[in-house]
Design a protein around this ligand. Structure first.
Ligand code: AMP
Ligand code: MG
Length: 482
């Protein structure tokens, strides 16, 4: 099989037993490749061009494993909706780490590949709809220039999975810079094995933050850098109106990538309380709760590191608490900068925050589409909706403030165009594509993916993809999707 150019180097495998279980994917009955990401394969320096669909189906179902792999399920724990639970890959296996030509390291993981010792009551499988959904949204997030895991392929297994209905089973091949989660640290910390905790810190630094490898305060510095990374990630989500939906600590990667696309969705009209997930009854993971929840998750990460930040526990707690307490300051600075970028504002003015808050208030009051409001300001969307006195008053203030830029209008628009997507994966368009794909027609999904591949471009073909959701979509709900 190595005409494909796999270059595996499995360092996670070398970690000691508690970190993982060695297990193979359970072969499936009749695999059929549904979608394959040629562009991503190329970026990974993998070449599948000489393989036919049957061969691809066998590879990406796990029926025909590359011989350099030794598959494993990773152990982790996590706070799910605030409750601590032992978890682990209950329906996924890691094939190993593939190195591209520049020696960048990528985890190759099958999701939906059968039971493991972490499956608890689950069947170890995944359904086609949710796997295609992860494919669409993760690739869209990547094209929006937001760090994320990627999707290389989805195969149908030819077997049914039992959910509320009988559904087609499927396996997603997920690519990630690693699958080390906050929950991985929680799992190791819960075993109270300090040696393993240090090993995990070293491993994480080696893999993601080599600049810290000669630090004398590795645990402290790792916490500090992760606070910054996660803060930048959630700022990016706030920039494009993305709601992750299930920000449990096991779904938070220490690489700073978006991971685990379950009930996630993009906000249409601006409302900070927006929640799509059917199980998020109290809005724990609502749009505006994402920053405080990021901080909460980081505090759980900090707790894991207390035994190794400093020998003196009280001092360790103080150091960690000071870092966590500073999250709000970092967030506010980054948020202001991000919103100013969306509005094309350079320099500083003491009223900037007020100007932004006024716009958000107007959007909320008028149920304005989050994405399209910024498109209107960029001169791209001239919908009647925006011909509104209050909005015009605000615009005049914005134009006055923009004059302080002392820069050309072109420069302002250029900054805005880099920060405001024109097209996002609108919920009704995603559902439409998935409904067709589940019935065997993948064309709509491919077209959607093509459009989402270029979210900052104003393309003629975008038209039907940029319109706000119809009113009937206001009660849109997402499901955990297993
Ligand atoms: P998730 O909601 O995808 O983040 O998954 C949370 C935990 O449940 C992880 O440990 C998963 O491996 C596990 N899990 C989810 N669905 C299944 C399933 N169908 N079978 C076994 N384990 C599952
Ligand atoms: Mg998860």
């Amino acid at each position: 099989m190595n005409k494909v150019n796999w270059k595996f180097d499995n360092t996670y495998l070398k970690l000691s037993k508690p970190f993982r279980e060695l297990i193979k994917p359970t072969p499936v009955h009749n695999p059929e490749i549904i979608i394959f990401n040629d562009k991503l394969a190329e970026e990974l320096n993998l070449d599948f061009s000489k393989l036919n669909n049957k061969e691809l189906s066998n590879i990406f179902s796990g029926n025909d494993l590359p011989k350099e792999t030794k598959t494993l399920a990773q152990a982790y724990a996590g706070h799910q909706f605030g409750h601590f639970t032992m978890l682990g890959d209950g329906r996924a296996v890691l094939l190993g780490e593939h190195l591209d030509n520049k020696k960048n390291r990528y985890d190759i993981q099958f999701k939906g590949s059968g039971r493991t010792s972490f499956s608890r009551g689950g069947d170890g499988r995944a359904a086609l709809g949710p796997m295609l959904r992860e494919y669409i949204i993760s690739e869209a997030i990547h094209s929006l220039n937001i760090p994320t895991t990627r999707s290389l392929a989805v195969v149908k297994t030819g077997e049914k999975v039992v959910r509320e209905n009988l559904l087609d089973g499927a396996i997603l091949t997920r690519i990630a810079s690693s699958h080390i989660r906050v929950g991985t640290f929680q799992f190791i910390a819960s075993t109270q094995n300090i040696e393993n905790l240090n090993i995990l810190v070293d491993y994480t630094i080696n893999r993601h933050y080599p600049e810290l490898s000669s630090s004398k305060f590795k645990a402290y510095d790792l916490l500090k850098i992760l606070i910054d990374k996660q803060c930048s990630l959630v700022i990016n989500w706030m920039r494009v109106g993305f709601i992750h939906g299930v920000m449990n600590t096991d779904n938070m990667s220490v690489s700073g990538e978006t991971i685990d696309y379950g009930p996630c969705a993009f906000m249409d009209h601006y409302d900070p309380k927006t929640v799509f997930s059917s199980i998020d009854k109290f809005g724990r993971y609502s749009f505006s709760n994402q920053p405080p929840i990021t901080k909460w998750n980081l505090a759980r990460f900090a707790e894991c590191l207390i035994p190794i930040i400093d020998k003196n526990e009280d001092y360790s707690i103080k150091l960690a608490s000071d870092l966590i307490d500073n999250f709000q300051n970092i967030y506010e600075d980054k948020w202001l900068k991000m919103m100013k970028n969306k509005l094309g504002l350079f320099g500083e003015d003491k009223n900037d925050k007020k100007l932004i808050d006024d716009l958000l208030d107007w959007m909320k009051k008028n149920k304005a589409d989050y994405t399209n409001t910024f498109c209107n300001l960029m001169g791209i969307n001239s919908d009647e909706f925006f011909k509104n006195d209050d909005f015009n008053d605000w615009k005049n203030k914005w134009k006055k403030r923009s004059k302080l830029n002392n820069l050309s209008k072109e420069k302002q628009i250029k900054l805005m165009r880099k920060n405001n997507p024109i097209v996002i994966p609108r919920n009704h368009k995603v559902e439409e594509a998935l409904a067709a794909a589940e019935k065997g027609n993948i064309d709509k999904m491919k077209k959607l993916l093509m459009i989402l591949n270029n979210p900052y471009h104003n393309h003629k073909e975008n038209k039907e993809y940029v319109m706000s959701a119809p009113k009937s979509n206001e009660t849109y709900q997402t499901f955990c999707g297993t």
